[in-house]
Design a protein around this ligand. Structure first.
Ligand SMILES: C[S@@+](CC[C@H](N)C(=O)[O-])C[C@H]1O[C@@H](n2cnc3c(N)ncnc32)[C@H](O)[C@@H]1O
Length: 295
């Protein structure tokens, strides 16, 4: 497995060199997926599967315990600013997922141009006690990636570590994603006719994650009094950008519900987002009355 394969040149080189092995790449960037998929097709490679999915979510939900033979991470985004550290890939929750899905003694292979990242990753790995840290020279293929070439052309050194799985991670199987019978929603009595309300961005904790309500817009065209909330739902393994709408129903009650836009995966935190918007509306428009909460 390669996480964050970028333009895919490393993954395709590996797949060509080991025609009988099976390779999978996880990547969150659509542009990278497109580039790598084009390369795979152009080179007629059949032993690679590329998935557009975040690494943690992919590891937990698409693989079973001990199924993966190695995970390569070349030049992960370093997120050097203190307040952005939580965006880093090599954190406890990722290492737990990786250790569960890797075979015993299988390795995470990390290359980075960022000294502080390698130090922090090593500390994080040691703290989990799930891997042994191996100091070794980077294999020559690592120097061929786009980012490796960028950094070596600037004379920057490359830091490389291998983390060998001790195989002691609990046999965690994540709860399978729920099959949603009723999409989370709330019913309110009242209308949004010409209401004005002041809005401030808010962040609220729900379940294991948090919800950010970024902005609210009144839409025109579809229905005069349709309000649309742009939210980020941040779960430990999955970040979703979603829309929640409030609009009148034929029975003239108001419904607060998720839009299909953003293709929501329903989690307890997503349910929390519908709750957060419902509460905001009840607060902002005092004439509204809550009839049902279905989340
Ligand atoms: C700095 S680039 C390195 C690309 C490539 N490995 C190389 O060396 O040229 C980091 C890549 O990791 C991807 N990435 C970041 N977070 C990720 C995640 N959680 N899961 C999968 N890919 C991720 C980014 O989209 C980006 O393409």
């Amino acid at each position: 497995m390669e996480v964050g394969f970028g333009d895919g040149r490393y993954l395709t080189d590996q797949a060509k060199a080991a025609a009988n092995a099976r390779f999978v790449g996880l990547e969150i960037s659509g542009t990278s997926l497109y580039r790598a998929a084009r390369r795979v097709r152009r080179e007629g490679i059949t032993n690679i599967r590329l998935l557009k999915v975040g690494a943690q979510f992919g590891l937990w939900h698409l693989f079973g315990h001990g199924e993966i033979s190695s995970i390569t991470i070349n030049f992960p985004d370093p997120w050097p600013k203190e307040r952005h550290r939580t965006n880093r890939l090599l954190r406890h929750s990722f290492l737990e997922a990786a250790s569960s899905r890797l075979k015993p003694l299988a390795k995470i292979k990390l290359a980075t141009d960022h000294f502080e990242y390698v130090v922090a990753a090593e500390e994080e790995v040691r703290a989990t006690e799930l891997f042994d840290v191996i100091l070794t020279e980077p294999p020559k293929e690592v120097f061929g990636t786009k980012y490796a070439q960028k950094w070596t052309s600037l004379g920057k050194p490359i830091y490389y570590r291998e983390f060998e799985n001790r195989g002691i991670a609990k046999q965690i199987s994540r709860p399978s994603l729920e099959r949603v019978k009723v999409m989370p929603h709330a019913i309110l009595k009242g209308t949004l006719s010409n209401e004005t309300a002041s809005f401030e961005k808010s962040i609220q904790q729900y379940a294991d994650g948090h919800v950010i309500i970024h902005e609210v817009a009144k839409t025109i065209g579809v229905s005069q009094f349709r309000w649309m909330f742009r939210v980020t739902v941040n779960d430990p393994e999955l970040v979703q950008q979603l829309l929640i709408v409030a609009h009148p129903r034929p029975d003239s009650n108001l419904i607060v519900r998720l839009e299909t836009f953003g293709d929501p995966v329903i989690t307890p935190t997503v349910r929390g987002a519908v709750h957060a918007v419902t509460e905001w509306l009840l607060d902002a428009v005092p004439s509204l009355v809550l009839l049902e909460r279905n989340y």
